[in-house]
Ligand binder design. Sequence first.
Ligand code: BGC
Ligand code: BGC
Length: 446
Amino acid sequence: MPDRLDLPAGFRWGAATAAYQIEGAVDEDGRGPSVWDVFVARPGAVRDGHTGAVACDHYHRYPEDIALMKDLGLDGYRFSIAWPRIQPTGAGPVNAAGLAFYDRLVDALLEAGIEPLPTLFHWDLPQALEDHGGWLNRDTAYRFAEYAGTVADRLGDRVPAWITLNEPFVHTVFGYAMGIHGPGRALMFEALPAAHHQLLGHGLAASVLHERGLKVMLSNNLTPVEPASGSAEDAAAAQAYDALHNRLFTDPVLLGRYPDLSALGVPDDIYGAVHPGDTDLIHTPGLDGLGVNYYNPTRVAAPTDPGLPFDLVDIPDVPHTAFGWPVVPDGLRRLLAHLRESYGTALPPITITENGCSVEESTDPDQPRIDYLAAHLDALAQAVAEGVDVRGYYTWSLLDNFEWAEGYHQRFGLVHVDFATQRRTPRASYAWYRQLIRVHRERFAK
Ligand code: BGC
Ligand code: BGC
């Protein structure tokens, strides 16, 4: 059986973070409010009322964090750019001080020998755009493309590859359908125009980036979907869920058409959001790489209550993370094999842009995280041996950080952060990852 050390020569080792989860400094240097600044102030929205106002204070401590990355031996670092630092109201004049932060960050990464891989949107929409409907408003897609051009004009000389969006599935469903993430809207299926407008924004931004000779990726949260039983009802529910979670976000980009959403009761034009020509705008620019964020598979049963066309059920008899997510490393291999089967030559090279788990703070050494990473990297190596083209792996996350609705409770970091003192302490998984990177690299150095 191939294992993680059999990953190919040139395989990129990385770690990932996102702006609102680590930066803090929400009122500094002209940054405007994002939907998350507003959402966290809503009573009960985030566990224990935590906010990202300070987070890991990375805005000021980035040199220390880059020193950790360098010590780890990372090839690449995935971070996100906060749109409200660049355009405080989401449109119009550029805030020079905001752009200058990312300029410094990129230079410091390059100086440390680490390739910057920025994501343009990781859920922190300028609140001023949300006040006009946010991603439910088609205009936001055009504003996004403008913002992409602005940032690329400044950083594109040093940053060759860009991720447009992070997980439009999670942002649509948690942020607009269920109201458990910012902007906190609970529209159920009528949230889906927000998915289309994000994809349209991706396509428009991809054209803007390609015009500048840059490479474009999209990071999707993908999950292998398995029916809870052999019954026809469970199979139908699983198919409907797969269309919603996975295919809605990959078919238009890779194939130029939306999957059939009729089992969900969603009209073909997604409640009038899809205009003629839109799927071409999403598909035609092409994708230079697909970012896959994998955490766990999803088991689906036929609905027990008539509210939704499916029920999500637990996967018993496997370990679960501190977050309660099932640990199924082979799900990653199956997911990748399924992508290759479904999309064939339309599938671009893959990069794992997130994978990791939260572990209880008191677990020392953090063996569950090491086990999780090791098993998922072995599954990844098996997928590669079976012919899937995977170029790199960015673990989530470098640091413990603001875990959205869970506040600071779920700790995903290779590095422990004491949020009272901002002290960073590398965990056992950090040492493990560093050693893996070193040994893998030495294998090909001979
Ligand atoms: C899912 C994960 C997903 C997460 C988004 C969870 O419920 O199990 O796969 O990444 O939500 O934060
Ligand atoms: C998101 C991250 C998040 C992680 C763990 C992904 O859904 O992109 O921002 O912290 O999963 O929930």
